[in-house]
Design a protein around this ligand. Structure first.
Ligand SMILES: CC(C)(COP(=O)(O)OP(=O)(O)OC[C@H]1O[C@@H](n2cnc3c(N)ncnc32)[C@H](O)[C@@H]1OP(=O)(O)O)[C@@H](O)C(=O)NCCC(=O)NCCS
Length: 193
């Protein structure tokens, strides 16, 4: 099944811990302002760990004006027109990493601890499976212990950690960790046990 067909299932209404409700759906061009507002609410100490210049409206404009779900599929968690979380499936459209997807996730602090990230990453993993990928990876800078724990609960395992390999936006070096999860079950073993 193609990714486009799978995306027809959205929007999806979610009810999370404590009866908290929101909607999941793919990013659309019209989301530019709400998506930009979302990033501006990320605390300064966490922005250091984000790869992109999220305070630059032009960066967000470029993403929203050039949506290509096959290469980059941002799934938004939306509540009353405000974006409160986002998880993205990144794919290489060719080359020797074309069978490996990468997932990133970010939830605004006031909406954490309700199971939103876990649900979004589970959805992205399912999309990756439908897109025919063999593996999905997640990368972390520094400790990011909560995130590493959450991905572990979803079945991601450690691939490698490179000590002091990456630099945050202030130039401080941090460990670089990559977790991975296989998406294909070996048919020889499927159904056994
Ligand atoms: C990591 C992050 C996405 C978690 O979002 P969240 O919506 O609060 O996560 P969930 O509520 O789905 O938590 C799932 C599980 O992760 C673990 N977890 C989440 N936050 C945790 C914390 N602060 N400390 C310890 N464990 C934590 C828990 O086991 C939790 O399950 P439980 O509540 O049933 O015990 C959020 O803290 C965030 O956006 N951090 C900054 C960005 C980031 O680190 N992204 C990951 C790199 S791609």
């Amino acid at each position: 099944m193609s990714l486009e067909t799978i995306l027809e299932q959205y929007p999806v209404d979610l009810e999370l811990k404590g009866g908290f409700g929101c909607q999941l759906r793919p990013l659309e061009t019209e989301d530019e302002s709400a998506f930009f507002e979302f990033f501006q609410q990320v605390p300064m100490e966490e922005r250091l760990f984000i790869k992109h210049r999220i305070e630059d409206r032009e960066v967000i404009h470029h993403w929203c004006a050039n949506i290509d779900y096959d290469a980059k599929m941002p799934l938004l968690a939306v509540q009353e027109n405000a974006v409160i979380g986002a998880a993205t499936l990144h794919q290489q459209m060719g080359g020797w990493r074309r069978h490996i997807g990468r997932v990133s996730v970010l939830v605004l602090p006031q909406y954490r601890g309700r199971g939103l990230a876990r649900r979004m990453v589970a959805e992205i993993t399912e999309l990756a499976q439908h897109a025919g990928l063999d593996f999905v990876e997640a990368e972390f800078i520094g400790k990011q212990e909560a995130a590493i724990k959450m991905f572990g609960l979803l079945g991601f395992g450690p691939l490698f950690t490179l000590p002091d390999y990456v630099r945050d936006m202030e130039g401080t070096t941090h460990d670089y960790t990559v977790l991975s999860m296989p998406l294909k079950i070996d048919e020889e073993y499927a159904g056994m046990g």
